[in-house]
Design a protein around this ligand. Structure first.
Ligand SMILES: [Zn+2]
Length: 317
């Protein structure tokens, strides 16, 4: 029976059920919180994560894929606590979330040596536990596929080649990084059907999205509520257009919500929440987006494909 690694060990694919493919129970900087712990409130972080986990569960979600890795303060003990407390499956990743910077420990290692780190987390476990990574995460953003970013992509590709595990690549559609990212993966010989280009839904440029789909990858329409990149109405129009064009078997819906995010001071975060991302939450998709998409013509079958079947297929690619 095919299984997927979770923070509570391998779970039968059929047990995944309704799945959010991209959410974070906490996204902070591990170096900052180690050095400046007075900026952080562990209890508040725990309450926020638990409240979001209970919220999604009340909507029937059974699995959260959590692509927090190095530089997003991945902490599998924290994620396991969320899973234990709520009964959710939480699917962990290995990899590095960087737009360019690499610490010396990675800068002075080759692609193969970085790949070996990822393979260790897939085969042996993460952070000294026996919790194994189910997939590999990397990122490209405004700086593009810089030499450092390319190195992490090649390392991710080689770890995928060695273990068979899928890859999730954060992208920036505004500069069409997805195509460059797919070029690197293809050069490394990765089967494009193993690759998910996250955040593709930040654009409604269908020409770009179709060019990307032509490479054979999956796409994440995974930032619902982040109006700052694209408002919901335009995300919905894109989703419905792609369904109309027959891409349902390549698409994911999610929100990239972070129960805690340390990018801004509390004051600025509050202003941004109110003015730029008023709807962003871990349940916005379930409460407001899905009903609207259904009114727009999305069928229950298409919804089930995107939120139950596709996660199983990609995770077991
Ligand atoms: Zn994310």
């Amino acid at each position: 029976m095919a299984t997927v690694e979770t923070v509570n060990g391998p779970v039968d694919l059929e047990e995944l059920g309704l799945t959010l493919i991209h959410e974070h129970f906490r996204a902070t900087d591990e170096a900052a919180r180690f050095q400046f712990p007075h900026l952080y409130d562990e209890d508040a972080e725990w309450e926020a994560a638990l409240s979001d986990a209970k919220g999604v569960k009340s909507h029937g979600v059974r699995t959260i894929v959590e692509p927090s890795v190095m530089f997003l303060h991945r902490d599998v003990a924290f994620s396991k606590r969320v899973a234990d407390e709520t009964g959710l499956n939480v699917v962990p990743a290995t990899g590095v979330y960087t737009y360019d910077h690499l610490p010396q420990v990675l800068a002075n290692r080759s692609e193969d040596e970085v790949a070996a780190i990822f393979v260790h987390e897939i085969e042996n476990g993460i952070q000294g536990t026996d919790i194994k990574a189910a997939f590999i995460k990397c990122a490209a953003d405004e700086p593009g596929v810089t030499p450092n970013v390319e190195k992490i992509h090649r390392a991710a590709a080689r770890a995928s080649q060695q273990t068979g595990r899928p890859i999730m690549a954060h992208s920036r559609p505004a500069s069409e990084t997805g195509l460059d990212q797919m070029r690197v993966f293809t050069e490394e010989g990765v089967d494009p059907a193993k690759v998910q280009i996250a955040h593709t839904g930040d654009t409604d440029n269908l020409d770009y999205i179709e060019k990307l789909l032509d490479t054979g990858c999956w796409i994440g329409l995974d930032r619902y509520g982040l109006d700052i990149f694209l408002p919901t109405e335009r995300r919905n129009a894109t989703t419905l257009a792609l369904l109309e064009r027959g891409y349902v078997e390549r698409m994911f819906l999610s929100q990239d919500f972070c129960s805690t995010l340390d990018w801004f001071t509390a004051e600025v975060a509050e202003i941004l929440r109110a003015s730029e991302v008023p709807n962003w939450s871990m349940t916005f998709l379930l409460e407001q987006v899905i009903p609207t998409l259904k009114e727009g013509g999305m069928t229950d079958e298409q919804l089930g494909q995107m939120m139950e079947e596709n996660p199983k297929i990609w995770l077991s690619a």
